[in-house]
Design a protein around this ligand. Structure first.
Ligand code: ATP
Length: 750
């Protein structure tokens, strides 16, 4: 028999895998259709059926997602055993494993085995496929005794070097792709790190933090599915362009139980897009703002300094400050939120007025007992409650407040600000002063903080009631359909014996079941519920978060199961952290573990040499990540007169599109000019450093580096971010800041 070469041999396997995938898909699709057309006898069965259909849909989308690059690896062990690794696990008819999911423990050696610690594996094979065809295989011999057969030798510490390099060299598509075929050992350890606790991943540019964070989400959902499925995973990113950039990775891994948001989107019903100066955002982000909000809420439980007078139906009632103070203390002692405690204050305050009113009106002119009976008192109470003056006073003394109203009133009033924020300087308070009801991203954690302290203002309750009414209406509809179709399902004799759904369940009971079994996706349900808590939270570019943002995020994960990835050398936000200890201490104390990454998979060595000069200025003790590859293309610099700069940038950017996606990163004050000059061209993105956070392009032009440097207190770090966004080519245009002058890491163009 003619022996098959490795490509042919793997093709035989691959064909079998796809046949199984197809069969599995057909079977799942068939089961789904059967479920959908099957007659249901009662409401409970209907409910269970809906659950099964949802599970089958999820299974189908995982099977569909696995179509591209279904199998990509193979392990041969010392005993001659063979294991294929793929994007999904598949079994044969006898339930024997055919293909192992990359997240399964058995697949682990594919990512971590080395010739020194080979985990019992003698050969690792990387299988490259196009559609359903094997196009190449690459072997790594991991058994030191058998290395004479010509297979490639692992020597660089990089797993699957050739496959990795070809992935890194590939042109970028504009969206991030899965790295499941080439995860490296140090990355794998982070991806598979235990679910519990706060894990901080520190790594320089291009070390794969974002990729790892997303693959970790997929790993956790696979490994702890029952635990995470109900609550889901929250991924917080720096801006919506970034979220779009990473948005396809998890669906391509067959996972959709994840919600992707920016901090600005955390508060349901609030669109926080109003731009504001960095120094204002910085004040709003300070930890001390938690105290400010707390005092602002307490200030709304007001005690007058002088007695007040009220006239109810021509009777003058007096409100003594001491009495208000006493009632306030009693209401506060209930340890409820502001809005929850309001009815207690209100009731006692009204009782106080009613008894004063009764004393006056019911006074016996002959000095006997009060003349009023219970009925009269009730009349007086109704009168007091309905009195507009009483209502207005209550509104002053202890108003029911929404978080929005609290902040609107606080920001708009110098006196309120002064009382709530004595710790802030006059200038800081001036930064906060404003009129209006539109919101900036930095307002969101403050709204969240206020919501915690204020509690329900009635809107949540109204929303819950509306939800419940919706569920009951739906359930009622289902019951009507069931009882309408009852006689077609059973013959007459049966019908007399079988209880109808309506006999067993009423709409309300059924609604309860449906509520537990909402048909909206997890992300949809979580997005409208401020108090939704997640099974795990991932924060990318975590160094940018302010202390107040950390508080809002931690609230969404009381279990403190979190993965925070970032680089404290890249912090751009004025309120962000420049050391993890300092950034995390107020919220997490020292209850977090740190993992570090040191290899740069994005930026070529030639570019990193230049960026490292900037990093040394940012932090002389920091070590730049080591580039996995060099391209042989040196970065370049050209100083162009300011008047010609935009036109020159436009010309070069258009030329660079022949090398792939182009990113033009410039200072805020040049942005519009450059954008206008370049125009709206596919393949060219013009953005500021803040907008470029976490993104990458084949070719990058950094325009006006000196402007980038000087326009923010974190300018040096911004420059470092800008210089590390390219996968292939870098050009720098415009006057240079000191740190780059005289560099010999580039070619100077004339
Ligand atoms: N193991 C890997 N295999 C293939 N590509 C990888 C691997 N690790 C990282 N990459 C690629 O390197 C690039 C940089 O990764 P990523 O954006 O996750 O880095 P980062 O650490 O988040 O960077 P930054 O801090 O600069 O935003 C991406 O294109 C990513 O796909």
């Amino acid at each position: 028999m003619e022996l098959l070469n490795p490509v042919e041999a793997e093709q035989v396997y691959l064909t079998a895998f796809y046949a199984t995938l197809d069969r599995e898909r057909e079977r799942t699709e068939g089961r789904r259709q059967d479920e959908q057309i099957a007659g249901t006898r009662n409401a409970q069965a209907l409910h269970q059926r809906d659950g099964r259909v949802r599970d089958l849909n999820a299974r189908l989308s995982r099977l569909n997602a696995a179509e591209e690059g279904l199998a990509f690896g193979r392990l041969d062990d010392e005993d001659g055993g063979v294991l294929h690794i793929g994007r999904i696990g598949l079994h044969d008819e006898d339930y024997e494993p055919l293909l192992v999911d990359w997240r399964a423990p058995a697949a682990r050696p594919f990512y971590i085995a080395t010739a020194v610690v080979n985990e019992g594996i003698v050969r690792r094979r990387h299988i490259q496929t196009r559609l359903r065809q094997v196009v190449d295989v690459q072997d790594e011999q991991l058994d030191l005794d058998r290395t004479a057969d010509g297979a490639s030798q692992p020597g660089t510490g990089v797993v699957g070097e050739a496959v990795l390099l070809s992935a890194l060299e590939a042109r970028r598509t504009g969206t991030m792709e899965s790295i499941v075929r080439t995860i490296q050992a140090d990355q794998d350890r982070i991806i598979r790190s235990e679910l519990a606790g706060v894990l901080v991943v520190q790594g320089g540019p291009g070390t794969g933090k974002t990729a790892i964070a997303l693959h970790r989400a997929a790993f956790l959902l696979y490994t702890h599915r029952s635990q995470l499925e109900k609550r889901g995973i929250l991924v917080v990113g720096p801006n919506s362009t970034f979220l779009k950039f990473i948005g396809q990775v998890l669906p391509s891994l067959g996972e959709d139980g994840v919600r992707l948001v920016t901090v600005a989107e955390l508060y349901p019903g609030v669109t926080a897009t109003r731009p504001e100066p960095a120094e204002v955002a910085e004040v709003k982000g300070r930890a001390v703002m938690a105290e400010v909000i707390e005092t602002a809420v307490a200030d709304r439980q007001w005690v007058p300094t002088k007695p007040l007078e009220l006239t109810v139906d021509r009777t003058v009632l007096r409100v003594e400050p001491a009495v208000v103070e006493e009632l306030r203390t009693a209401a506060r002692a209930r340890q409820l939120t502001h809005n929850q405690a309001q009815p207690f204050f209100r009731t006692t305050f009204i009782e106080h007025l009613v008894s004063q009113y009764a004393d006056i009106i019911g006074e016996d002119p002959l000095g006997g007992e009060n003349l009023l009976d219970d009925y009269d008192l009730e009349e007086l109470r109704n009168e007091v409650v309905a009195d507009p003056g009483v209502q207005a006073l209550l509104q002053q003394l202890w108003p029911v407040l929404s978080p929005q109203q609290l902040l609107i009133d606080l920001y708009a009033d110098e006196a309120r600000l002064k009382s709530a924020a004595p710790q802030l300087s006059d200038l800081d308070r001036e930064h906060l002063l404003r009129y209006g009801d539109d919101w900036s991203p930095a307002d969101v954690p403050l709204l969240d903080e206020a919501a915690e302290l204020l509690g329900d203002d009635g809107r949540d309750l109204a929303r819950e009631r509306a939800e419940r009414a919706r569920a009951i209406a739906y359930a009622q509809g289902s019951l009507d359909v069931l009882s309408g179709s009852g006689s077609t399902d059973f013959d007459e004799d049966d019908e007399a014996e079988v209880l109808s759904a309506k006999d067993i369940l009423d709409a309300e009971m059924l609604a309860e079941r449906y509520e537990a079994d909402d048909d909206r996706t997890l992300a949809e349900r979580a997005s409208v519920d401020r108090r939704w808590t997640y099974g795990h939270v991932i924060v990318d570019e975590a160094q940018e978060l302010s202390p107040m943002a950390w508080r809002a995020i931690a609230r969404r994960c009381p279990l403190r199961s979190m993965t925070l990835v970032g680089d404290v050398a890249q912090t751009g936000a004025a309120g962000g952290g420049t050391s993890w200890r300092q950034a995390l201490a107020p919220t997490f104390g020292d209850r977090w573990r740190l993992a570090e990454l040191t290899m740069n998979y994005r930026t070529p060595a030639e570019v990193m040499e230049l960026a490292a000069d900037v990093l040394r200025e940012v932090d002389p003790t920091a070590v730049a990540p080591q580039s996995v590859r060099a391209t042989g293309v040196r970065p370049w610099h050209l100083d162009v007169p300011a008047a010609e700069q935009a036109a020159y940038v436009s010309k070069v950017a258009h030329e660079e599109t022949q090398h792939g996606q182009v990113g033009v990163i410039t200072s805020r004050h040049r942005l519009e000019l450059v954008q206008e000059a370049v125009g709206d061209i596919t393949g060219i993105t013009v953005l500021t450093v803040a907008g470029a956070k976490g993104l990458e392009f084949d070719s990058v032009l950094v325009v006006d580096p000196d402007g980038i440097m000087i326009e923010s207190p974190r300018g040096l770090r911004d420059l470092y971010v800008a210089l590390t966004r390219c996968t292939q080519r870098l050009g720098v245009i415009g006057p240079l800041p000191d740190v780059l002058q005289g560099s010999d890491a580039w070619d100077v163009r004339t």
